[in-house]
Design a protein around this ligand. Structure first.
Ligand code: PLP
Length: 383
């Protein structure tokens, strides 16, 4: 079954009670039991809900996984995944992972005896060198935000499996349409469904998908025990989103390519960060590992002043955090998404004051270009 067919049908068979073609929003906290110990497979809605279950089956199928779990946010999904690691154990993490992930690991989980090492996972030798006797997990994000560093999922998985360590990949930026980490040996995929999977900027959610039964049992146990579940309504919104994921990602990717090329040629743009560009040093790896390049493009206009002019002059593009929605969003990583990262780390990673990140939406490509063009025109030579 192809991706689009899977997205539309798996987990979404017509409702057995009524025949409803769209999975109903089962807005209930509990379920009537026919007799003591006899129920229809649902007892209490933290443990299980038919709408959430439909989404969990759908997301697992899209990533080619056996098991899926939906959480209240991407961060809740990542937090639950880290419950596979115990006090005294060690985790290797991509060094420019999503800021919320770094915050959770450094500020919270490290208080509970879990050790973290942040390394540039785009060089597999760094991963190999960071492995210790107590390493239990390698957590990678690819491409990373906002400078689009790509990690070789197959190479990292080989290093990890040689020493019996699991690999987790945050696949939020690509979505399963453009990248399927499990196909490269990755063990667990996490998502912020808030982004491309939902795709309409109207709900926060997260997911964990995996194949290993023992790990899946534990994630399910954590989901029920800690209770950071996705609500029936939000589950339904993500289900509605995944039905058009293939179409949306095709358009995101198509426009992303055109807009990246426009930015790369623009005289006011000093540098672009986009794995689809032949100037990206991991372009070949991105081509091998991804089905497309997505719609995330970052570009440097040289100074805070120039970035401010661009961000305050756009009319169609919306100045906002987040990404992956149908509408084009534009942001300033240094003062928005990465404000909590130390300036010297920001500079090392390329997150300069002149860096602008755009999440290309699915409006008409020409309209997005015209808007960026008029905004870049306002940047004068000195700024
Ligand atoms: C947004 C995001 C998260 C966090 O997800 P929330 O749904 O906001 O909790 C994690 N990883 C990446 C790559 C993200 O973009």
């Amino acid at each position: 079954m192809g991706f689009a067919t899977t997205a539309i049908h798996i987990g979404q068979e017509p409702d057995s009670a009524t025949g409803a073609v769209s999975v109903p929003i089962y807005q209930t906290s509990t379920y009537a039991q026919e007799a003591l110990g006899k129920n229809k497979g649902f007892e209490y809605a933290r443990t299980s809900n038919p709408t959430r279950l439909a989404l969990e089956r759908n997301l697992a199928a899209l990533e080619g996984a056996k098991f899926g779990f939906a959480f209240a946010s991407g961060m809740a999904a990542i937090d639950a995944t880290l419950r596979l690691v115990k006090s005294g154990e060690h985790v290797i993490v991509s060094d420019n992972t999503y800021g919320g992930t770094a915050r959770l690991f450094k500020r919270i989980l490290s208080n509970y005896g879990i050790e973290f090492d942040f390394v540039d996972t785009s060089e597999v030798a760094n991963v190999e060198a960071a492995v210790k006797d107590n390493t239990r997990m390698i957590f990678v994000e690819t491409p990373t935000n906002p400078v689009m560093i790509v990690t070789d999922l197959k190479a990292v998985s080989e290093v990890a499996h040689a020493v019996g360590v699991r690999v987790v990949c945050d696949n939020t930026f690509m979505s399963p349409y453009l990248q399927r980490p499990l196909d490269f040996g990755v063990d667990i995929v996490v998502h912020s469904t808030t982004k491309f999977l939902n795709g309409h900027s109207d709900g926060v959610g997260g997911a964990v998908v995996l194949n290993d039964e023992e790990d899946a049992n534990w994630i399910g146990f954590v989901q029920n025990s800690a209770g950071a579940i996705l609500s029936p309504f939000d589950s339904w919104l993500v289900l509605r989103g995944t039905k058009t994921l293939a179409l949306r990602m095709e358009q995101h990717d198509k426009s992303g390519r055109v807009i990246a090329a426009f930015l790369e040629d623009h005289p006011k743009v000093k540098k672009i960060y986009y794995p689809g560009s032949i100037s990206h040093k991991q372009h070949e790896l991105a081509k091998r590992q991804q089905k497309g390049f997505g719609s995330m493009v970052s570009f440097d206009v040289g100074s805070l002043e120039a970035a401010r002019i661009v961000l305050e002059s756009v009319k169609l593009c919306t100045l906002a955090e987040s990404l992956g929605g149908v509408e084009t969003l534009i942001c300033h990583p240094a003062t928005m998404t990465h404000a909590s990262v130390a300036p010297e780390v920001r500079n090392r990673l390329g997150i300069t004051d002149g860096l602008v990140r755009i999440s290309v939406g699915i409006e008409d490509t020409d309209d997005i270009i015209a808007d960026l063009n008029q905004a870049l025109d306002k940047v004068n030579r000195e700024s």
